[in-house]
Design a binder for this molecule. Sequence first.
Ligand SMILES: [Zn+2]
Length: 501
Amino acid sequence: MQVSTDFPGGGADNLRIDGDTVSFEAPAKGCPQPMWFAFRLLGAAGRRVTGRLTNGRACLGGGQLGVAQPVYRDGAGAWHRVMPQRCSYDAASGVLTFWFTPTSDETTVASIFPYQLADLDAFRRKLPADRARWRVLGESPHGRPIAMLEVGDPERRGEVVWVTARHHAGEVQGSYVIEGLVSRVLSAPWLLAGRTFCCLPIMDVDAVEEGSYGKDQAPIDFNRDWSESPHHPAVRMVQRELAASAASGTLTLFLDLHGPAPGDPSFFLPSRRWTCDDAYAQRCFALIDHVARDWDGLAQGDYPRQALRWAEDNAEMVSAAAVELAHGVPALTLEVAYHRDHLGRLQTPEGWRGIGRRLAEGYHRWRLSGEASGRVRALPELPRPAAWFCQSLPQQVAISDDGADLVLTSTAAPARARLQLREFQSGPRRLTWQSSGKATARLSLYRYGPAGYRLPGHETVPLAVHAGELRLDPGGRWRCAVLLEAAEAGATWRLRWEETT
Ligand SMILES: [Zn+2]
């Protein structure tokens, strides 16, 4: 038996063959937390092969790998999940063990159903070329096509919907969802009337083809790169296309498709304006309601609070947040479950295509309904002061407005709150503050460019203990955020934000 990773999407580190056992690691390939792997077994037909993923503890969501069921296919046949009773995960050692019996002398094994450039190529060749246009926007750094599928009006008049997938290469689900969406709108003229669907099924084509999970890659994560001057060409190209779409028609929706942690269900995450803008929240949740109407695999419980935790300095450079910022349209992330939905049902490529169909139909109902009020799954404990909004759930901090002042009090230690100004600023402003107790604070200053995206980078200023005043006039359009931390209960901050002359 031999093993190879020399094929598109192939990737595994420290491959070792010991009898009929193949040990390997999910390859890092420049990412702090890997998850994707794919390798090919040669000459293993008829053997009972055991796979051992040995770096589960280093993988993203490694604690949830107990739900993982890798996939395999014999020759060019269909992909199968390894049956659950043949998979076991030892969380203490981080070893995922699974076994199966290849029936071919060339069997491919992967963490989840692969979707490569060749799959996209095969899909688009089956589409009617006059109605589904294949547009190559440019080249990736390693010379691969960055391409989109466009269905509807070639001039993009009327409504324009944008859907992107694979900002994180290993999150294959999104490419299948786009297949389902494109097939559905092509099969139903009423879904396409007056509309154009612009879909980019593989954003990070290099990581997809080179067998990397792709998340948090250096120098910047693909989905934290939506600034005024992106590092990744694909982001730059989509920004340009979005601007052209908004100029020729009406941009109505931006949807970015992802995969959550391995054990998580499917859920929507509206761009974060929903936490401080009721009308916007209702539009986003109305869409979610319409999509959920015939998709019981969408988790509908409490809003996932872990989803708010990462929203800090680079939160506005996440695709959905950035597009909402630049174009003012409903922009949502859809996390599509890898292995099982919230009802415990196993996920399949066909099931993911079905999600695309439901998105197309849910979008149609949403538009017909006038985007009427959705049931907002707000977090009741998220404070909503007038001039500021919370960027993450405050930890042990009570927040209130007191006239012109924002007042925060720690209720236990350690305490932490992070708030950003709601409105964009231009011209001179003054921040004054008073604090008491063991408390520290710092201010982050963010600037915005002419295209409406954040300028990359930001400045951070510590705020002096107890009292101080800061005058800000950085020029252009800008906002700031404050991070407040306390090491004891009862510490307070009082912040006042004023225009000056
Ligand atoms: Zn992702």
